[in-house]
Design a protein around this ligand. Sequence first.
Ligand SMILES: Cc1cc2nc3c(=O)[nH]c(=O)nc-3n(C[C@H](O)[C@H](O)[C@H](O)COP(=O)(O)OP(=O)(O)OC[C@H]3O[C@@H](n4cnc5c(N)ncnc54)[C@H](O)[C@@H]3O)c2cc1C
Length: 449
Amino acid sequence: MTDNLFAKLEQQLSPSARLITDLTDYDKYCQDATIERGTPSAIIFAQDESDICHVIKFCTEHSIPLVPRGAGTGLSGGAVPQDGAVVLSLEEMTELRFDTKQKVAFAQTGVITKTILDEAEKLDLFYPPDPASYDESTIGGNVAENAGGLKCVKYGVTKDYVLGIKGITANGELLKTGIYNHNAGFDFTEIFIGSEGTLIIITEIALKLIDIPDSGETILTAFDSPKDAAQTVSDIRMAGITPIVLEFLDGDAAACSNSYERNDSLDNVAAILLIESETADSQKIESLCHKNKCTYLKREDDPDKADNLWQVRRNLSKAVKELSKVRISEDVAVPISKYPHLVEFVSELNKNSKLRINSFGHAGDGNLHVNFMGQTGSEAELHLMEIEIEKLLKKAIELGGTLSGEHGIGLAKQKYLPMEFDKFCLDSMIRVKFAFDESSLLNPNKIFL
Ligand SMILES: Cc1cc2nc3c(=O)[nH]c(=O)nc-3n(C[C@H](O)[C@H](O)[C@H](O)COP(=O)(O)OP(=O)(O)OC[C@H]3O[C@@H](n4cnc5c(N)ncnc54)[C@H](O)[C@@H]3O)c2cc1C
């Protein structure tokens, strides 16, 4: 019966679009990079905007929820279908063109972020936002989550580079914003950035590019206490220095990564910082590291040798995955002056918990990712994770921060949203949702409970 229903839709799609109802080889479309899961009734691989319009019409007629999906690397459950929803995969819409005079890239939603960086570089141009998942995640997913990244401390996050968006609304209409439009009237660009697939299906994005900056010097430094490392982060930023990259790993995160690929200098450290700085700032940064009693410091200006120093950061995610049966990764952020308090809080949380808890993140802009690592995946362990996570989120809000620095709310953090926003603000967001999507077709039950 269901297959018959979808057969009619299949006939309307473009010849290369695929509609899958047998999920045998498609398990990954039931989840993203979180532990959330659901079973879709179908997965459709769209090739163009007309495919999307047909799918929207079909889902509206049959009241089937529609979940847009990029690469599925999301860390808040946004691309996870609730049972019976249709997953609309946009990963095969991958056209990319450049206007070098205007320094703009026009990327279809499914272009992998790193492809934009690589292709721009061939034209002597630079696209700065670089989430650590940049060799997997799509630009549409980055815009839908307003992704941050390693270089965002200096250059800003995804939203700082979006000049305009093309997308299909829940009514099946093409809507253009920003530079795709004339200047008059409302510009919806910012409302769609970070909307997590709940307002519009993004099909193309116009992205601002900049000239390629000089590469900086890398500093790897270690400390005897996480608080000293975090104090160094705060001191660097409060001294008015904006490094190109400023990453923090606590001792346990460094140990996880070190067990994956050994770096003798990083044995038994309590925290490390990885910094890329402009050469003119390196000496000042080194002094601040010493002032906060760093126990190890290495500077490297040869890009190839510097690359080795980044291994400890690059391996972390794989290492944590290998070392835990279940992992929940939270991504709180706080004002930079409060960073040491947050880091110390997580360190205490770890000491007093039966769980293994460690932290790392794009420290330069106040982000701290906290891994809650479970060894059994039992109900009791998941319950304990929930208790510890709630403590962390409360602390972040108490310090004037946010529940999510970059990964979004999705399914994973909906119930905590009232901690950060008052009722009027939440109601206003829900009214915007219904203004664009009256029948709640697009990614319903995400962000808001
Ligand atoms: C190892 C690892 C490292 C990571 N590092 C970072 C990091 O440094 N910074 C960071 O910000 N995030 C990071 N992430 C999280 C994730 O990669 C980002 O959120 C990314 O932007 C998701 O892109 P995606 O293509 O995988 O989107 P998906 O996971 O497929 O979807 C994410 C959300 O976007 C929506 N969506 C996707 N495409 C569209 C579209 N065309 N129109 C409308 N809605 C759409 C989905 O419905 C969903 O709500 C990391 C994840 C992993 C696994």
